[in-house]
Design a protein. Structure first.
Length: 178
């Protein structure tokens, strides 16, 4: 049996221009994106039930077809304000593999776009920056920056949203009891 080299057959190389699909949305005029594979659905915002003593980033819970979904305010998470509830506000609900059912509020939904890895400047983390408490909390939520039609697209790391809120809640509990 001949090997690939003996047969003069070149192995197939991985495509260096692999594209990812992103769901884009607007927050306070800025363009943001989330990996489309992390998004379960985009829904019209049902009535929100507030959660007493929750951090500002937690707006409450909604009943979405019989499932209770935690609603996070993306503007508050990124420290760019608070989302004013209106008719264009949508709820981006994430897939279950990212944690308990949760979604984020978006001012307006954009398009589904594809960007290659080379078109995105990745956010690099090291052990020191993760432990650095003086860094802005929003930095951990940003996976990278891409350029789309002359505008910057801030790509959020969907897997960091819920852990970030859990860390904020833990800090609030420690302050209250210690």
């Amino acid at each position: 049996m001949k090997t690939l080299i003996e047969q003069n057959v070149e192995p197939i190389e991985a495509d260096s221009q692999a594209a990812r699909t992103y769901c884009t949305f607007r927050l306070e005029g800025g363009l943001f994106g989330i990996d489309a594979l992390a998004v379960k659905e985009i829904a019209v915002l049902p009535p929100i039930t507030p959660i007493p003593h929750a951090p500002d980033a937690v707006r409450g819970c909604v009943n979405l077809r019989g499932q209770i979904v935690l609603v996070l305010d993306a503007n508050a998470l990124l420290q760019i304000g608070e989302t004013a509830i209106g008719p264009e506000i949508r709820l981006i609900v994430f897939r279950a593999h990212l944690g308990d059912p949760f979604g984020i509020l978006a001012d307006r939904i954009g398009d589904i776009v594809e960007l290659s890895d080379e078109e995105i400047e990745k956010r690099e983390f090291d052990a020191i920056s993760r432990e650095n408490t003086s860094a802005s909390p929003r930095e951990d939520l940003i996976a990278g920056i891409g350029k789309l039609d002359g505008e910057l697209l801030t790509i959020l790391d969907g897997g960091q949203l819920l852990p970030h809120v859990e860390a904020v809640i833990e800090q609030c509990v420690k302050k209250a009891y210690y």
